[in-house]
Design a protein around this ligand. Sequence first.
Ligand code: M6R
Length: 609
Amino acid sequence: MCGIIGYTGVKKAVPILLAGLAALEYRGYDSAGIAVQENGLKVVKTKGRLSLLREKLEHATHLQHATCGIGHTRWATHGEPSDVNSHPHATAHLALVHNGIIENYAQIAAFLTERGYTFLSQTDTETAALLIDHYYKEEKEPQKAIFRALQMLRGAFAFGICFADYPDRIYAIRKDSPLIVASTEAGALIASDVPAILPHTNVYYRPEEGVLAVLEKAQVSFYSAAGKQVQQKTERLDWNVEQAQKGGFPHFMLKEIHEEPQAISRTVSAHLKDGLPYFGENFPTEVLKSCRAIHVVACGTAMHAGLIGKRIIERLCRIPVRVEIASEFRYRNPILEENDPVILLSQSGETADTLAALRHAREKGVPTLAIVNVNGSTLSREADHVLYTPAGPEIAVASTKAYSVQCALLYLLALHAGLARGQISAETVREICQKMQHEVPESVEKVLEMNDEICGCAKELTDAEHVFYIGRDVDFDLCTESSLKLKEISYIHSEAYAAGELKHGTISLITHGTPVVALSTVPALAGKMLSAMREVAARGAMLLTVTTKQIAAKEELPADRLLLLPDIDELLAPFPAICAMQLLAYHVSALKGLDVDKPRHLAKSVTVE
Ligand code: M6R
């Protein structure tokens, strides 16, 4: 999704804006631009990668002394990626960058057309820029103009705005889209996300919705719609610049997969007390004890982590769990019984659909719990309760370590609920927690050591057009995530199937050489998996069998390629298994020479519907 950066201060703005945009590249974009104050507002923007913007700016030497400006990476929603549709959008009075969607842009365009405005681009954003321009001409004052325009705008937005008449100032405001504001000795900044400001500070404001931030070189002030100055709280993030960099790895995705052992162990340690799961004094254990069902709502990889959560909660607590895609949940009028909690999972805590699902659940008055990775994100602030997954920044678009820690936290929740409901003894819970703290990270380390072997398997998939993942029980859930990982970064079509379901239709697609990845980590179902593997092998499939040493020791498994996962308590097998599958997808993409961290059309944080 779009990325916003802004700087006003004593330093040169162009390098700060470019570095900020580079730090936001992970969000996904198709064009980029900046506007700086240098004898009036000057805009430079282009379709394509930041390198193209850099090239254009090298020729714009007259802008190099500017000390105030805004920048943007655009992820197209309204209008194709093009120079003219790129942000900033400028008028004679102002330049504006936007993250979000103006839902009533057509109505605003009609309003402006009646007043003599014409449009250069096909974007919804230009209507916002022109609307503020219209009110600026009436009010002759930025603050009043912005608030008057906001009364008309519907949808989601974070805006950064510079006015030509105020060459040292940036105005910024948000509704349903992320925006942070920071003040340092060398100047003030706005950004869509923390990595963009980390080289300058790790302390920032996250302005409340509808509060206008006015940034000047030496200060930041906040105003309500009534024009009153208001205070905003600062937040601090304990991430450092190195954590947000590649640290010697060729890609963020590979670095983040390698961080899984520590991330899992940190997540578990952070939520244990006396060897048992502990989530703080205010945690609603009573709800988990008495509820009749649990809803887990999320998108993409986070939703797949929810599927693993369902398995473990249902197994350990015997509470029915319904996992739902957030974009479906919100429009379906789901049946939410009083006291049945809704758990929202999200790495970013800013995903628009997950946020809307949370708001729907809150409107219905049921307890809500957010599990998020980003401190202070909107989801974490709006949910009744929040648990953090201390995975550190996840920059690659393909989510990896966030998935593993979400699973780890869901395991702890299941153990906590199982204990509270008397389904499982404290002794057993302690034993599993102990294993999660030590044996799980160790087993994931062992998978990381299998890197070359996994890369060898990946070579078999690089030319494939279709790949099928098959598994049963929890392995099927792992296959859904493995398949998503492969398709999003390698552009190979892939599907996950419950192995027993193949023969009810899909097996007709298996022909000579069709790659099938068969995942088998559940000993009780190994025999059933064996039958499915034989069935696809008999039809000529190229079989990549992924199983545990323990299962392989008992069965003669058909396999063109065999990956043996380290043995671990069966309950905990998903952790090493998913690490292997993530590495497999990573290597296919890297071997194909694709942009692993920034796959086409995708954004890290999906802040529009
Ligand atoms: O930030 P979130 O966890 O809410 O994001 C949800 C999905 O957009 C995200 O997991 C997406 O599916 C990833 N690209 C998958 O790798």
